[in-house]
Design a protein around this ligand. Structure first.
Ligand code: AMP
Ligand code: ZN
Length: 111
C-alpha cells in the first residue's frame, strides 16, 4: 500500500518525531498552521478515525493521551484536536491522524 504515513512509521520517509508510544507516533506537521502543529497517528494503518475506533480503540485512546502530554510539554494554555474525515472535510492523507494545534488564539467556527 502506498501510504505516506505508513512510510513515516516504517522510517522510509523521515519526519520530525516528537513522541513515540506503543501504538502511536507523533511528528511535526510539514506545513504548520500554528506555532504547535503536531500530527499524532496510529502505527497501524486505518483510513480515518472512525475506522480506528473500531479496529484499534487502544490506539485511539493513546492518540488523546499523547495529545495531552505534548500540550503539557509545550505549555499550551489550550489546544485544538482535529480529525478531518473525507476529502470534503479536508482530509488529504488517508491514514488516521489527530492534528494537535495550539500556541496561538484559534478562531471559531473553523473554515
Ligand atoms: P489532512 O489534510 O487532515 O489529511 O492532514 C494531512 C497533514 O499532513 C497536512 O497538515 C500536511 O501538512 C501534513 N503532511 C503532509 N506530508 C507530510 C510530511 N511528509 N511530514 C509531515 N506532515 C506532512
Ligand atoms: Zn498508512
Amino acid at each position: 500500500m502506498d501510504c505516506l504515513f505508513c512510510k513515516i512509521v516504517s522510517g522510509e520517509i523521515p519526519a520530525s518525531l516528537v513522541r513515540t508510544g506503543d501504538r502511536t507516533i507523533a511528528f511535526n506537521d510539514i506545513n504548520p498552521q500554528a506555532p504547535t502543529h503536531v500530527l499524532i497517528i496510529p502505527k497501524k494503518h486505518c483510513e480515518n478515525v472512525g475506522e480506528l475506533a473500531v479496529q484499534d480503540p487502544q490506539a485511539l485512546q493513546e492518540l488523546f493521551i499523547a495529545a495531552e502530554e505534548i500540550a503539557a510539554l509545550h505549555s499550551l494554555a489550550g489546544y485544538r484536536s482535529v480529525f478531518n474525515t473525507g476529502a470534503e472535510a479536508g482530509q488529504s492523507v488517508f491514514h488516521a491522524h489527530l492534528h494537535l494545534i495550539g500556541g496561538r488564539a484559534l478562531q471559531w467556527p473553523p473554515g
